[in-house]
Design a protein. Structure first.
Length: 109
């Protein structure tokens, strides 16, 4: 089952957008160098919103403890102790919309 999240044009280059959903936890969608990434809007360490962080050099930076998560691999850099990697949702762009399989849960890359 897939869920329509947001129009692709509503995710600006270099930004992270939070999408609130009624049936699933919020997701964050980032665009870096033209590529879209869809992941849970929760830092794996502190359960804080990653959409309130920022993108820097191909990484999502948590605004709370400044852990950095590689957008291509999910690998964590500068982690606090015990911080796991970031997982991503499978998605596609269809008719201008970002559509994701949220029911399957996020996966490690």
């Amino acid at each position: 089952m897939t869920t329509d999240l947001i129009a692709s044009t509503d995710v600006p280059e270099g930004e992270i957008v939070k999408v609130e959903l009624s049936d699933f936890p919020a997701v964050a969608i980032a665009r870096h160098e033209g590529k879209i990434y869809v992941f849970p809007d929760r830092c794996p360490h502190a359960d804080e919103s990653l959409a309130e962080g920022w993108l820097e050099e191909g990484r999502v930076v948590c605004g709370v403890h400044f852990a950095e998560f590689d957008l291509d691999s999910g690998e964590v850099h500068n982690p606090p102790a015990g911080c796991p990697s970031l997982s991503f949702y499978k998605f596609e762009e269809r008719d201008g919309m970002i559509v994701a399989d949220l029911a399957g849960g996020p996966e490690n890359v």
